[in-house]
Every structure is written in structure tokens, then in C-alpha cells.
Design a protein around this ligand. Structure first.
Ligand code: BEZ
Ligand code: FE
Length: 285
């Protein structure tokens, strides 16, 4: 019988797992147990604090549905999602950022130059740029899948009576690897704060606002896809996005629309402003 105390319990728990020596599972479990036990000893966690934490996780489970994943939201507001994105961005590629809960993998295929906004009110912008590899070689035929909130900060999928496929589309880049379309400039919106994660935000005197952004998944054959977001200079919450999605390299400038004919695009709608953003993909696996 081992003499268990607050120090020997840590190796005892590790030894109880009969994982394959040297496996990733063994490595992750050992790290998790070490950090969890060290944290508990360092903080002298009380029964009340331990139970409150478990009840908080229970509440996250209770409010979760297939459409609302409170644990992902928890990961987002703790900066864990952002950290995983950061450490998994490949060298030289566009930095990764939040997928968020509103992605649909069957967004409509749209023609280059088309308009995503379906005449929603707001500032009409031309969104354009190129998709390249890390050596700046263009990747013609790359796919740009995008989705976003409207000019009032709402995703159509959140609103009853709206078409969930509005404000989203998949574009195939032309022979110069360019993508271009018009849309409405999105406004800030809040992450859901009517559940346990909202209570956590309030307890920490934090707001629930996201900086305005557009979501993208950019893919090309043989390349690693990029799940990311584009933000806009000088917009609200750019310095304190609730889910830590903003990176300097993902902030684009909103410029007045002028000399558009020089771009040589055929557009369905005339934009008020222009945003240019190039995506860079690393070689894939
Ligand atoms: C979003 O960007 O759509 C989002 C991200 C995290 C939580 C909620 C929404
Ligand atoms: Fe979003």
C-alpha cells in the first residue's frame, strides 16, 4: 500500500494510467495531471472552490446544444482557442483565428464580383486580395469561403425569418489567384452572455463584444488550409476583442473606393469603400 499524501498522489495518479509508453496520450495526461495538481497545491483550493468549478462546468454542459457549445465559448474567453490557433499557425502563413459558432460548410458557391449583402443596409465594401503560398507564388483556383455579420452586427443564421445562407459564400480565385466581391461592412456584436460564461465575464468585469470581423476558410490543393478572420483598423473593440481573435497581421484598412477601374474587376454592386487582404497558405499535409 502506497503512502498517499498531497505530493505522492501526483505520481500515483500518473502510474494508474497504463498508456503506451512514449505515446501522445501518455504525454498529455502526465502534463494535465502535473499542472492540475500543482495548481491545486499552489492555490490551496478549498472544497467550496472545487465544487463551484465543477458546478460551473456542469452548467456549461446543461446550456449546451448542437448550436450552442458553451465549452468552446469558455475556451474562447479564456484565450485558449486563440492560443491553440497561435501555436498551430505554420511559419509564414496567415495567422489563424476563431472559427466561431456560425460556420456552415455548405455555403453557396458565388461568382467573383458578386454581392454577398442581398441589399442589407450599411457601408458597401469591395473585399479583395490574392491567395499565395509562403514564397508569394499565386495559387489560382484557391477557394475562399467567407461568412460574416451584417451592418447591424447580426448573423442571418441567428435571426428567425432570415435565410441562414445569406452573408456567406464560396469563391474560386481567378487565374491571378485573386478573389473579389462586394458585401456590407459588419458591425460589432456580443458573444452569448446569458449563460455561465456570461457570469464569468461579469465576475471579471469583462464585456462580451467582438471587434467587427469577417470569417474565412481559405484552401488550395496541396496546401494547409487557413481558418482565420479579418479585422478593420480603427474599429470598436479592436484592442479588446472578447475572444482574443485580433492579431496585428489580420487588421486591414478600410479605404475610400476610388480608381476602381484600375483593378479590372466586374462588380455587381458599386462599393463605398475597399478592403484589401491577401491570404498566405503554407504547404500542406
Ligand atoms: C464569432 O466570431 O462569430 C464568435 C466567436 C466566438 C464566440 C461567439 C461568436
Ligand atoms: Fe464572428
Amino acid at each position: 500500500m502506497k503512502d498517499l499524501n498531497q505530493y505522492t498522489i501526483t505520481p500515483a495518479v500518473m502510474d494508474s494510467f497504463k498508456t503506451e509508453p512514449g505515446s501522445r496520450l501518455e504525454q498529455l495526461l502526465q502534463g494535465l495531471i502535473t499542472h492540475l495538481h500543482d495548481f491545486t497545491r499552489e492555490q490551496n483550493v478549498t472544497h467550496e472552490e472545487w465544487m463551484a468549478t465543477l458546478n460551473f462546468l456542469y452548467d456549461c454542459g446543461q446550456i449546451s446544444t448542437p448550436e450552442r457549445h458553451e465549452f468552446i465559448l469558455l475556451s474562447d474567453v479564456l484565450g485558449w482557442s486563440a492560443l491553440v490557433d497561435m501555436i498551430n499557425t505554420k511559419g509564414g502563413a496567415t495567422e489563424g483565428s476563431n472559427l466561431g459558432p456560425f460556420y456552415l460548410d455548405d455555403a453557396p458557391i458565388k461568382a467573383l464580383g458578386g454581392d454577398l449583402s442581398d441589399d442589407r443596409s450599411g457601408v458597401t465594401v469591395l473585399m479583395h486580395g490574392r491567395v499565395m503560398d509562403t514564397l508569394k507564388n499565386p495559387l489560382p483556383g484557391a477557394q475562399v469561403d467567407t461568412w460574416q455579420a451584417d451592418g447591424a452586427g447580426t448573423y442571418p443564421i441567428q435571426e428567425q425569418g432570415q435565410d441562414k445562407y445569406d452573408l456567406r459564400g464560396k469563391f474560386t480565385c481567378d487565374e491571378h489567384a485573386r478573389y473579389y466581391y462586394t458585401t456590407v461592412l459588419p458591425k460589432p456584436y456580443t458573444v452569448p452572455y446569458d449563460g455561465p460564461v456570461g457570469q464569468l465575464l461579469r465576475a471579471g468585469n469583462r464585456h462580451a463584444w467582438r471587434a467587427p470581423h469577417m470569417h474565412f476558410i481559405v484552401t488550395a490543393p496541396g496546401m494547409s488550409g487557413s481558418t482565420t478572420e479579418v479585422f478593420f483598423k480603427n474599429t470598436d473593440y479592436i484592442d479588446n476583442d472578447a475572444v482574443f481573435g485580433v492579431r496585428n497581421s489580420l487588421i486591414a484598412e478600410i479605404k475610400p473606393a476610388k480608381d476602381l477601374d484600375k483593378l479590372g474587376y466586374t462588380l455587381d454592386k458599386t462599393p463605398d469603400a475597399v478592403i484589401e487582404f491577401d491570404f498566405v497558405l503554407a504547404p500542406g499535409d
